[in-house]
Ligand binder design. Structure first.
Ligand SMILES: NC(=O)C1=CN([C@@H]2O[C@H](COP(=O)(O)OP(=O)(O)OC[C@H]3O[C@@H](n4cnc5c(N)ncnc54)[C@H](OP(=O)(O)O)[C@@H]3O)[C@@H](O)[C@H]2O)C=CC1
Ligand SMILES: CC1=C(/C=C/C(C)=C/C=C/C(C)=C/C=O)C(C)(C)CCC1
Length: 318
């Protein structure tokens, strides 16, 4: 009897959340204020990380910037300070747990308060065919895109839980929800990041830690240079062009500020249903769809771009 009542309640809840989320597309919920929050962003010296720092500053938050590259990180801090914001820089290799824990303690000591929002944004891709790719480069992708999430969450989640206040954001990718050819290291790491994030979110909910929110961000190609050259069929690209970095970060911010658990960018909710539906189709059906859309070989020109970058050396990036 209790089982049937629970089942009925669960079905009603499922319907309620489907309706609520559909309505949210039209009626935007109120955003939460982040003024006064201490937001730590990893990979803050790069494309999206820098824009997140600026966007959180616009909303009145104080930012802690972590990057392996101190000069690009300082550049981000300078931009934040020019906006009138407060930025604190730390040179951290997020793949190294000791470095992460030591710097987490340093942040706490220097600023005298706990980080309340963590944006795990640092990411890399090997950019070479798996069979040509040095092992260390593939391993690095797993360490930056996945293992680093373990260390940063272990460093900052305990205080968030203790205060029942905080937010953990994971910048994953659509390539953590579906895959394509020639980015095996990247897909493996982003699928792992999605799995890690979702398991952590379930754990918080199971423990009824309702004050610590989570947002999983899954963007499509963003024009930051990370995937330069990646190209799908021209006709499909007209409908689905690479995202402007600023647009991507604004969409992610909207989701964070309304405590949305998952956002795909562009915000085509139909894409999520399509992905789930494709998983039910025979593998061969997906293969022919990929071929039609030009997404089977979309990474070939990207791999060529990366090859040229390596062979031309610094003159390309200079
Ligand atoms: N660009 C795209 O098409 C998409 C990107 N994403 C994800 O968005 C996130 C940001 O990407 P994007 O801004 O494009 O990339 P960028 O390469 O522009 O920025 C990544 C930043 O992370 C830093 N970083 C790399 N390794 C480490 C490390 N070990 N410790 C600390 N910092 C590190 C990089 O430093 P350095 O420059 O010195 O290496 C760089 O500043 C990534 O997680 C990426 O996977 C998701 C979907 C699409
Ligand atoms: C595979 C595939 C597509 C192409 C996806 C691409 C090209 C994604 C690139 C993502 C990147 C570069 C993410 C970085 O994190 C389509 C056209 C959506 C159709 C469905 C199958």
């Amino acid at each position: 009897m209790i089982f049937l009542m629970d089942l009925q309640m669960m079905l009603l809840d499922v319907i309620y959340f489907i309706l609520r989320n559909s309505l949210r597309i039209v009626l935007r919920p109120r955003t939460k204020p982040v003024e006064g929050e201490l937001v730590l962003i990893t990979g803050a010296g790069g494309g999206l990380g820098r824009l997140f720092a600026q966007e959180f500053t616009k909303h009145g938050a104080e930012v802690v910037l972590w990057d392996i590259n101190s000069s690009s990180n300082e550049q981000t801090a300078k931009l934040v300070r020019e906006m009138g914001g407060k930025a604190h820089t730390y040179t951290v290799d997020v793949t190294n747990p000791e470095d992460v824990y030591r710097n987490a303690d340093l942040v706490r000591r220097d600023l005298g308060r706990d980080v309340t929002m963590l944006v795990n944004n640092a990411g890399v891709v090997a950019g070479a065919r798996m069979l040509d790719c040095p092992d260390a480069l593939m391993e690095r992708t797993m360490k930056v895109n996945c293992h680093a999430l373990f260390w940063t969450v272990k460093a900052f989640l305990p205080q968030m839980k203790a205060q029942n206040h905080g937010h953990i954001v994971t910048i994953a990718s659509v390539l953590g929800l579906f895959s394509t050819a020639c980015v095996e290291d990247y897909c493996a790491s982003k699928f792992a990041a999605v799995g890690f994030h979702e398991s952590m979110a379930h754990e918080l909910l199971a423990e009824e830690v309702d004050g610590v929110k989570t947002t999983l961000v899954c963007p499509y190609i963003v024009d930051t240079g990370m995937f330069e050259g990646c190209k799908i069929r021209e006709e499909v690209e007209l409908l689905l062009p690479p995202l402007e970095p600023q647009y991507c970060v604004e969409q992610a911010m909207n989701a964070i500020l309304i405590d949305q658990p998952l956002v795909c960018i562009p915000r085509v909710d139909a894409l999520l249903y399509l992905i789930s539906f494709c998983r039910l189709l025979p593998w061969e059906s997906n293969v022919v769809t990929y071929r039609f859309m030009g997404s089977d070989k979309c990474m070939y020109p990207f791999i060529d771009t990366m090859k040229n970058r390596v062979s031309n050396g610094p003159s390309v990036t200079a």
